[in-house]
Design a protein around this ligand. Structure first.
Ligand code: SF4
Ligand code: SF4
Ligand code: SF4
Length: 360
């Protein structure tokens, strides 16, 4: 691996995968991810199911100018000026089922978490979690690319309520699944020693049984990324194995965010702290607003590149051949960050895909 440093923007599950890959580098080989920017996430959508759902409502994806999640609604703004709007509760047909066993709304193990809940139009809520994150945000404030003030009480209350709602709703589903022997390993309490012991006897077949076949795979691509012999491919929206495993390799099981998670990463009382551990909660405005969360995230990424804090950033852009299908890639160009700003409400294995395309 080169000494390059990368900033990753991702959903909480992808950020957890990055955390595991780096924490257990002795087993996974590590990654160049040095800065983790998490996005608030209630659930995510399957591209194909979303496409089908919209078709049933006489809308083609290419007719959509922008998707937004606002005030409990999923909204598609169409190019012709019309608006398609449904309550979030009605997005079930195209919500990814793995999201039902996830309780992390605000990306608890990121350096910085960003979302739109809690602040007004053209502002973002930013949770600064680590000293590294604080330094980055302080630099952005200092050079004028963002303006920040403490998140007000009303905004914090709303954010806590929504994060709590996700915890409560999905904890019920997790308990039900566990009761019918569909394991949700990531929510079982294990200490560091137990974690290493468990993972050290598991290979891809265990990942298949414990995560993929029980509908818990988040399609982050971490398993594919860490496999030393490139045995894993993500085909038809699930990881498959293409050759025999190396003896004594357990990398994919260590890296996967849906196998066990040690209490050193997620403390046992994590669900009692809906916003996780943090240094500060901010109401932030970027100097140029592009997309729902893109303005602030883009400003942070641009600062990281311009100040040589990282060499490359992972960004998500639209697939040229499929409207709204996200593809991820690494770039060192500020112009690419500006062009890719915006939020894509569907899921592909974007988290590690860009790293995979040029394993560093
Ligand atoms: S599992 Fe789903 S809800 Fe949880 S962070 Fe990932 S995409 Fe979001
Ligand atoms: S060799 Fe097998 S156990 Fe190791 S990472 Fe690849 S698929 Fe997983
Ligand atoms: S099985 Fe692979 S793609 Fe699925 S959640 Fe685990 S690491 Fe991510």
């Amino acid at each position: 691996m080169s000494n390059k440093k990368v900033a990753m923007v991702g959903t909480p599950c992808q950020i957890l995968a990055a955390t595991k890959v780096n924490r257990y580098a002795d087993f996974t080989g590590g990654s160049p991810i040095d800065v983790k920017i998490g996005l608030f996430c209630m659930e995510n959508f399957s591209y194909s199911y979303l496409e089908r759902f919209l078709k049933e409502n006489d809308i083609e994806l290419y007719e959509v100018k922008e998707f937004r999640i606002e005030k409990g609604y999923f909204i598609a703004y169409l190019i012709d000026g019309n608006i398609f709007k449904i309550p979030i509760a009605e997005t079930e047909p195209f919500t990814r089922k793995n999201c039902h066993v996830c309780t992390d709304y605000t990306s608890d193990v990121s350096d910085i978490a960003v979302g739109s809940v809690g602040t007004g139009k053209n502002h973002s809520t930013v949770i600064v979690r680590t000293e590294k994150g604080k330094e980055i945000i302080d630099n952005c404030i200092k050079n004028g690319s963002i303006e920040a003030k403490p998140l007000d009480e009303k905004g914090e209350k709303l954010l806590r309520n929504i994060a709590n709602k996700k915890i409560k709703r999905n904890t019920k589903i997790i308990n039900k699944r566990e009761a019918v022997a569909r394991p949700v390993l990531s929510k079982r309490a294990v200490n560091e020693e137990e974690f290493v012991d468990e993972c050290s006897i598991c290979q891809f077949n265990n990942l298949q049984d414990d995560v993929i076949s029980v509908g818990s795979c988040v399609l982050c691509g971490a398993c594919e990324y860490v496999c030393p012999i490139d045995a894993i491919k993500i085909n038809h929206r699930k990881p498959v194995i293409t050759k025999d495993c190396e003896e004594d390799c357990h990398a994919c099981y260590f890296a996967c965010p849906r196998t066990f998670v040690s209490e050193e990463i997620y403390p046992n009382d994590i669900d009692e702290k809906p916003l996780g551990e943090y240094i500060e909660l901010l109401d932030v405005k970027a100097d140029s607003i592009i997309g729902q969360d893109g303005g602030v995230v883009s400003a942070i990424l641009i600062n990281l590149l311009e100040n040589n804090v990282v060499d490359e950033v992972s960004i998500v852009a639209e697939d040229k051949d499929a409207p709204w299908r996200p593809v991820s890639y690494l770039t060192s160009r500020v112009q690419d960050v500006v062009s890719a700003a915006g939020t894509k409400y569907s899921t592909v294995p974007i988290g590690f895909k860009s790293l995979n395309s040029k394993k560093q």
